[in-house]
Design a protein around this ligand. Structure first.
Ligand SMILES: Nc1ncnc2c1ncn2[C@@H]1O[C@H](COP(=O)(O)OP(=O)(O)OP(=O)(O)O)[C@@H](O)[C@H]1O
Ligand SMILES: [Mg+2]
Ligand SMILES: [Zn+2]
Length: 242
């Protein structure tokens, strides 16, 4: 196959030090084959512009370190740590099958901490992840409405949010309910539901409260997507206990 030396990463450097930075290795007679770096870099460029950053507070999260190592010994938190450990144990398979995680419980019980551990691991394994608290996600969507030529339009953003391997929404239900919010959430979650892509959510609300807040059709899809890993978190507010 003769290939016009192409597009996306023309002036970058091959992260593997193999190709000349464009993702292709040129053989005899100008026959090119893809470099090992190509698939990974294509996926990354497809999600450029969405947030894949683990917030500073959670950058060091690990099963081996507090608070998660403490939680693994606590009666009230042990079950949640085990559930997340099992999910991560087959992370690639779970993401490929669109199976997600739902962490719910009272404030300060470790939901965000465990959620960030999942996303951190997914990023380390080269999956694409979009990480947002719900208020930030909604703000990002609003901002896309008046995108300039250099930033993503609504459709670009929507495509990215629905095509990353994992969409991580922290604090679902924490925003003010409006028709617009309901529509946005439904559109995103339904698209990921239909294309079998995984989602991770944390929330303070139980299922009935969440239905009240974001609507039955959205919650019903989330329940099915997170069926194997719906994790209740119990205990005191560790922010207050600290
Ligand atoms: N079981 C625990 N043992 C020790 N510290 C914990 C435990 N659970 C959470 N923490 C600590 O409590 C703080 C809050 O944790 P985190 O943000 O994960 O809670 P959350 O469940 O997401 O709360 P919220 O619902 O308010 O968002 C963090 O500093 C975390 O390190
Ligand atoms: Mg939280
Ligand atoms: Zn390369």
């Amino acid at each position: 196959m003769a290939v016009a030396r192409s597009e996306p990463f023309r002036d970058q450097v091959c992260p593997l030090g193999i190709c000349e930075g464009d993702g292709w290795i040129l053989g005899p007679e100008d026959v090119a084959r893809p470099c090992d770096c190509r698939a990974d870099r294509l996926r990354k460029s497809a999600s450029r512009g969405v947030s894949s950053v683990i917030p500073r507070r959670f950058q060091g999260v690990s099963f081996d370190r507090p608070p998660i190592s403490d939680m693994a010994r606590e009666f009230q938190a042990r079950g949640a740590v085990d559930a997340v450990r099992a999910y991560i144990g087959d992370l690639d398979g779970n993401l490929a099958a669109g199976r997600g995680v739902w962490l719910f419980g009272d404030p300060g019980t470790g939901k965000t901490t465990l959620g960030m551990l999942v996303s951190k691991t997914a990023l380390e394994r080269k999956h694409t992840v979009a990480i947002y608290s719900l208020p930030k996600l909604l703000a990002r969507i609003r901002q896309s409405y008046d995108a300039g030529p250099d930033s993503d339009s609504y459709m670009d953003l929507f495509r990215k949010l629905t095509s990353v391997d994992l969409l991580h929404i922290d604090d679902l239900g924490a925003e003010k309910r409006s028709d617009w919010v309901l529509e946005q959430l439904y559109a995103l979650i339904n698209e990921r539901y239909e294309t079998e892509r995984a989602i991770l959510v944390t929330t303070n609300l139980d299922e009935a409260e969440l239905i009240e807040q974001i609507g039955r059709r959205t919650v019903s899809r989330l329940v099915e997507m997170c069926d194997g890993c719906m994790v209740p978190m119990h205990g005191e507010d560790h922010r207050l206990a600290a």
